[in-house]
Design a protein around this ligand. Sequence first.
Ligand SMILES: Nc1ncnc2c1ncn2[C@@H]1O[C@H](COP(=O)(O)OP(=O)(O)OP(=O)(O)O)[C@@H](O)[C@H]1O
Ligand SMILES: [Mg+2]
Length: 234
Amino acid sequence: MTVVKLEQLQVTFGAKTAVSSASFAVNAGETFSLIGASGCGKSTLLRVLAGLQREWQGQVSLLDQSVTPGARFTGALRRNVQMVFQDPYASLHPNHTMYRTLAEPLQIHGKTQIEARVTTALQEVGLPADAVNRYPHQLSGGQRQRVAIARALLLRPKILLLDEPTSALDMSVQAEILNLLNRLKGEHGMTYLLVSHDADVIAHMSDRAAFMAGGEIRRFFDRRALLSGEHRMA
Ligand SMILES: Nc1ncnc2c1ncn2[C@@H]1O[C@H](COP(=O)(O)OP(=O)(O)OP(=O)(O)O)[C@@H](O)[C@H]1O
Ligand SMILES: [Mg+2]
């Protein structure tokens, strides 16, 4: 089953074309990655899929629902597509405790048993229950990214968009977070779209990858090509 489908996606910022006629489809349960040099359009593409970049042209469908340019994501679509950003420090509110950070999305979506859900969310990402009382600056970088992942998973999304989720972390913490993401993907049956600069991360995580340059997709790599390291030469 296809859960993400792009046809001829184009995003322009004034005279600048950030993404140009990108087309691909991602199957349920896959980890599909975007690779390529800085500025080639990876984050812009992910932001379209997250509903954050609303000006674009082409065709986009998410979970068999076609998305229209300009439209705000609502309802199931908003719950089902979540994004984790590179810098957890910037994506967490500095003056909110972890309890508030995790409880608010649940309240907004009218969930009950908020405390129990927050506790479970922290457990799932390997954080102690007493982390609820802490502020972002009282956590390590890895712990902050765990909270950001816990928050993204609160509403049980089907698609997780990961934009350089570990590049702000040191090597050993990076491996822990990647393993955590792989475990959660299996447990919750999610589909991942991953952006990373790190060829090892790509090879470790991805079923397939698309190599972008100058806003275009130039090449696809399947699992075999990734295992043999062909993407390292791209
Ligand atoms: N809001 C914006 N306004 C104008 N130009 C933008 C905007 N967002 C991105 N761009 C431009 O679009 C191009 C693609 O940017 P994007 O952030 O998608 O690249 P990227 O592949 O994610 O790069 P990096 O690996 O450095 O994160 C760049 O030239 C960037 O300067
Ligand atoms: Mg980027």
